[in-house]
Design a protein around this ligand. Sequence first.
Ligand code: ATP
Ligand code: ZN
Length: 296
Amino acid sequence: MSNLRLKIALQKKGRLSDDSIELLRRCGLKLLSSKSSLFYSAENYPIDLLLVRDDDIPTLIQDGICDLGIVGDNVLKEKTQVNLEFSSCFQTIMPLNFGRCRLSIAVPKDQEYQTIDFLQNKRIATSYPILLQQFLKQENITAQIVSISGSVEIAPGLNMADAIFDLVSTGRTLAENNLKELYVVLESQAVFFKSTSEFNSEKKKIYDVLLKRIQSVIKAQESKYILFHAPRDAISKIREILPGCESPTILPLEGSEDKVAVHVVSRESVFWNTLEKLQTVGASAILVLPVEKMMA
Ligand code: ATP
Ligand code: ZN
């Protein structure tokens, strides 16, 4: 691997893999995989990707083997809480808007509880012992932490634990194991991060361009281009209805004195009820289009 190429560590196989690769493709990287497929090289930009288990990514960054990484914030937080040496080594660059989940306490469905104090002197199974320990300390709870590396959700059924502290997204896995979510401790999503040490000037240039592209891809994902017809005198009401809009472009409509065409970029998600509100002030022929790229 050349030292003049920026190296990014990504999860090889799992919940973050496809979205991580897709993000980099959207940034314009043409990715060629090698035979081992642990290694991808961008054909058109000095960037290489290393595909590994997500748990190994922080260490690869800490050891300087890779320059940048994508992991769940939960993984990074668990690692950085282990000791201060780790926390001063990483810098989170930005959240990436995918891999959303939460680290929650869950208990058997039929368990009655009043408050989080229910956990006092109980056994809690988790793969995130450090974050759990921190939470228990903060809540003044004394409990036994049962550290297991996978399938935490089966622990209560096997009478290995009274509760679990685990990642939840839809809640389906919990329901399948007769568990219910009791308390959300941490909201998480995929983050882009680097080591705190400085890049050399070559790598810095590559990084700066990549960072701008990632920012623009994420901004574009959240943005929509909206077009519609509306009565000219409804424009001020329309501005109030549409979230996060730049100044709208107002165009005359051939053969119509009082109606105009409005084009607007909304920087926030556009929900059905927003479109319904637009209709109530007279908007018609409404089109909402995705934005592919957006540069400030
Ligand atoms: P690896 O083999 O790379 O160690 P893993 O089993 O640790 O894989 P995944 O289950 O693929 O990892 O989860 C990767 C990340 O995806 C998690 O750390 C978390 O940030 C995020 N994630 C999103 N939703 C969920 C979910 N429902 N359960 C677990 N992780 C989730
Ligand atoms: Zn893992």
